[in-house]
Design a protein around this ligand. Structure first.
Ligand SMILES: NC(=O)c1ccc[n+]([C@@H]2O[C@H](COP(=O)([O-])OP(=O)(O)OC[C@H]3O[C@@H](n4cnc5c(N)ncnc54)[C@H](O)[C@@H]3O)[C@@H](O)[C@H]2O)c1
Length: 359
């Protein structure tokens, strides 16, 4: 396969690691990246090592995906407990890199360069449900022909992308949604595990994440997960200030447990014809204070075989594999699969299970 030039929107916890993992994969050249305040573009290839050094502990964002850069640009609060790490304001994020330039329109700046970009990975917070679908529309309006891929989690966003499918198809865009770990790797694993059965009764996804870098480096992920806790939703989580987030983490001793989450694995498995979305459950445990996973990530698919047996196929991730490895390896793997489809003229909206053996 020919080389792939790609861009990353959002260089927070996920986006930074996307760039790093891509340097270990064949044929992937990162040519553009942006965060809320800055953009870096080099069509010959970004210097990933320099960009990562410059943004270490220095993510421009608070995990809300706020589009209101005016107020943020003048906000230079130090939010890391008093050390000198900048999270907001002048010099935060990509603009700290020698490759970065400040901008108030980071996404439009990438869209302006998109004629020479094959694929764009969206590693943005999704605390406004239609944030990512609206960005997809902007790429389509600009006549981008290529791949868009996100790692979003919420079930209802998939419907919003489906509503825009005709626009995306007409533009020549292949959009892969929910292509991180869960949804993503684990959805694909469930689709594979289901192949033994002629009827799938239940899919149980149970994840464990230990975030060695904690809240500071994974603001979008942690804030969005808090929205799944009892008593919270996406609006309340978006409005919380940093001290309120820290207080929730403190009240749970750093360990947040989630049952029956609204994760898109259900709609993504249903749209691939694997099972009914109602038969899919997702839960897990997030430990924000240590590297070790609090529980082993497991996918259990229970079904009936053609010859009358009932069984459960189980897929487990090794506890040694980090969230960053399990989101970004698959995201870039799905990106490559999507570029193959796009180059073959296959456009529209796809989930990770649709890129696996059919059911
Ligand atoms: N599917 C999965 O398995 C999985 C796992 C982990 C995280 N995620 C998702 O990945 C996403 C990113 O999480 P994170 O922890 O990296 O977030 P983060 O807060 O660390 O980083 C977000 C980045 O987006 C940038 N950004 C925000 N608003 C922007 C705007 N309007 N324009 C341009 N850039 C903007 C910020 O500056 C920052 O660089 C979240 O939606 C999270 O839920 C998915």
């Amino acid at each position: 396969m020919d080389d792939i030039n790609f861009a990353v929107l959002g260089t927070g916890g996920i986006g930074r690691r996307t760039l790093e993992v891509s340097t270990h994969k064949d044929g992937l050249t990162p040519v553009a990246a942006c965060d809320r305040h800055g953009v870096a573009v080099n069509h010959d290839g970004l210097d990933v090592a320099e960009l990562l050094d410059a943004t270490e502990g220095n993510i421009a964002g608070d995990g809300t995906g706020d589009t209101d850069s005016e107020t943020r640009a003048n906000d230079d609060r130090v939010t890391d407990g008093g050390t000198a790490v900048k999270q907001h304001g002048d010099g935060a994020g990509i603009v700290a890199s020698t490759q970065g330039t400040p901008t108030e329109t980071p996404i439009d700046d990438i869209i302006d360069e998109s004629e020479d970009i094959d694929a764009v990975l969206l590693a943005l917070p999704n605390l406004e449900h239609d944030f990512i679908p609206r960005i997809a529309e902007r790429f389509a309006d600009a006549e981008f022909e290529g791949v868009l891929i996100d790692v979003l989690k919420r079930s209802r966003v998939i419907g919003m992308l489906d509503e825009r499918e005709a626009t995306l198809t007409d533009a020549g865009i292949t959009f892969v949604c929910g292509a991180g770990a869960t949804p993503g790797l684990l959805t694909g694993a469930a689709a594979l595990a289901a192949q033994s059965f002629v009827e799938v009764e239940e899919v149980e996804i149970w994840w464990g994440v230990g975030l060695k870098s904690g809240y500071e480096d994974n603001r979008g992920t942690v804030r969005e997960d808090i929205a799944h806790l009892d008593g919270y939703d996406i609006e309340t989580a978006r409005e919380m200030d940093e001290s309120e987030i820290e207080a929730v983490i403190e009240a749970h001793d750093g360990v947040l447990e989630f049952d029956d989450m609204e994760h898109a694995d259900d709609v993504l498995l249903e749209r691939a014809g694997i099972c009914d979305g109602d038969d899919v459950t997702v839960g897990g445990v997030l430990d924000i204070r240590q590297d070790e996973k609090p529980t082993t990530t497991t996918v259990r698919v229970t079904g009936r075989t053609f010859d009358g047996e009932r069984g459960t196929n189980t897929f487990q991730l090794d506890d040694a594999t980090s969230m960053a490895a399990n989101v970004n390896g698959p995201a870039l793997g799905y990106l490559k699969a999507a570029v193959r489809r796009n180059r073959a003229g296959d456009y529209g909206v796809f989930g990770p299970a649709e890129l696996m053996p059919g059911f």
